[in-house]
Design a protein around this ligand. Sequence first.
Ligand code: ILE
Length: 378
Amino acid sequence: MIGAALGAASAQKVETPVAIGIAVAQTSNVALFGQEQVAGAKLAEKLINARGGIGGTPIRLVYQDAAGDENSAINAFQNLITKERVVGIVGPTLSQQAFAADPIAERARIPVLGPSNTAKGIPQIGNYIARVSAPVTVIAPAALKQALKIDPKIKRVAVMYAQNDAFSVSETGIFQDTIKAQGLTVATVQKSQTTDTDFTTQVTAVLNAKADLVVISALAADGGNIIKQLRQLSYKGLIVGGNGFNTTNLFPVCQKDCDGLLVAQAYSPLQSSATNQVFVKEYRALYKKDPPQFAAQAYAGVQVFADALRVIDRKKKLAQWDLGDLRTELNKQILAGKYNTPLGELRFDKEGEINQKEFFVAQVKMKDAKNGSFVFVK
Ligand code: ILE
């Protein structure tokens, strides 16, 4: 069996407990999101196993740090596929990483559920790639429309985005289309890098453009600094942040200047389904806080794998499957099923794109310099 670790998946039986790979950012700036994903995945493993796992067989999550760059994500995927022989992978954290790592899984025929990849084109990477994270096309417009509700006099919108990040590029495209479709003017478009820390040039251009709304597509560390520097240089209007701003880990970065930020949400602890209310209660009991979107999505990713595996297991016990055959069957079953998750009822289209019904918008309310919360306004 030692040699089998290097051999083709097709000659291997499925091991129990059933291994599911989690390849998210546990280090780097991207861990600002990844931490929440690990928290969500851990709770899923705990609850699924407490309820009997897959027809009596427990699941076992295998973590590989995908960090914040493409190579780390590729290595994490390769380890999970060949060494850990997982049945499927939840990951990576960034779309930028998914475009590099997902093709590895596609070639090895391992189902992947993107837990937070929201750029356009992710499910189209391959037949084995689906996602539980609603794309920019459906989420991004919500926060912008909320800003217009709060301040109907908004006319001139400044757009900022991280040009070295696939998701940010994708999201800003949707934001800019929505701005125009709402009859507003794009007053300026400012580009930065996710690794930048000084945004004086861009912020100065935004102020010169006399914008009455700023819309930013970036990740949490750079994005938080952009907000801080906008306020330091006296920008007074509303700010809409994209999906990269959807974590309380942003608060220590922009501190009191995070106050008032609008961010669309693919998840709300207030969503009333029984499944979500149990999830919220268990999350609070374990972590002493409300579940954030990235935790809920990672939880949903693990849950979808478990629910689909359960259907397969009822036809033929998982331990009797050939690993390669099971991965293919699992991929088919994921796309065929319907799932009651904390995100609400989910299905996938035939390409693996998520079909989710409810979206929300929250506004940041800071209590003091470092602590605050997302207050749901829609
Ligand atoms: N949604 C983004 C992406 O697809 C980030 C994920 C914010 C954490 O890359």
